[in-house]
Design a protein. Structure first.
Ligand SMILES: [Zn+2]
Ligand SMILES: [Zn+2]
Length: 283
């Protein structure tokens, strides 16, 4: 079994109730548990704390793309990983080409802080945490765990490159897609998976907002209908919506979002507030 926890269901628009884009994929039990963080949006460590986990528990951080809303709190993950572990604990960050440069710049911005902490805490004298950046395009990613992780390119142009990730464990499989329009790469990754987590925007609503900057977002995201069509082509059982634009009212059932998807997908559609959890068993 693999579990999905929607840590942050928000979008670039700050919301008092929805953290930025972040999804936790967990598999295994006890000391053998593995936790993969997909994207690191605003408030991710607050939400991770709410499920009893912290930066030291992460097996790896995987970035779908380098849009700011998906990496806002990567700096927090990096620093907190370092100061909350008591021995050198490398952090693996996986992402599309360009990730290394972004991580290098984040670490450069943290240089004063890193210096303060090393100067002040003798037990941090071993230095800053190692960050192992793995830039990926397609195929299997060797992260050394029991969960098989793979990726494929998605289409969020002009944001490029972008990737989606697939997690296979114990006969269950989950695909976590970031922002993308329907594309062959995502279709290939979804084939035979049990669940698909997909970011969505309501094009039927946004199309009526007379603001060019919002109109611009229509051509590089999927609507609930398009995500449902992707889920159907992939033959998945469960489709999970996240990254709601505009935000779903907190505590709402999102019935209108589900109804749009149900016209194109016969399986189960899940959505919810931050910390909504879905257990995915193999078929
Ligand atoms: Zn994006
Ligand atoms: Zn986004």
């Amino acid at each position: 079994m693999i579990t999905i926890t929607l840590l942050g269901t928000g979008s670039p628009m700050p919301s008092p109730d929805r953290a930025g884009p972040a999804t936790l994929i967990s598999a295994g039990e006890g000391a053998a548990a593995e936790h993969y963080l997909v994207d690191a949006g605003r408030g991710v460590l607050m939400r991770l704390a709410a499920v009893g986990l912290g930066a030291p528990n992460l097996s790896a951080v995987l970035l779908t793309h380098l849009h700011s809303d998906h990496i806002t709190d990567l700096n927090d993950v990096i620093t907190t990983r370092w100061v909350m572990t008591f021995e050198p604990t490398p952090l693996t960050i996986v992402g599309p080409v360009g990730t290394r440069q972004v991580v290098d710049h984040i670490v450069a911005s943290l240089e004063p802080d890193i210096g303060y902490r090393i100067d002040h805490h003798e037990d941090l004298a071993y230095g800053f945490t190692n960050i192992d950046v793995i830039e990926v395009e397609t195929g299997e990613i060797d992260l050394g765990g029991a969960v098989k992780v793979s990726c494929a390119p998605t289409d969020h142009k002009p944001v490029h490159p972008t990737v989606a990730f697939r997690f296979d464990h114990g006969g269950a499989s989950i695909v976590a897609a970031g922002d993308t329009v329907p594309c062959a790469g995502l279709d290939d990754l979804c084939a035979g998976a049990n669940a698909l987590v997909h970011t969505v925007i309501r094009k039927d609503i946004i199309a009526n907002v007379p603001m060019q900057r919002l109109q611009d977002t229509l051509d590089y995201h999927s609507s609930p209908e398009e995500a449902a069509q992707t889920a159907t082509r992939g033959g998945v059982d469960t489709l999970v919506y996240t990254h709601y634009v505009p935000p779903i009212p907190t505590g709402g059932d999102g019935a209108d979002w589900k109804a749009l998807g149900a016209e194109h997908f016969a399986g189960t559609i899940e959505l919810g507030d931050d910390l909504h959890r879905i257990e995915v068993k193999g078929s």
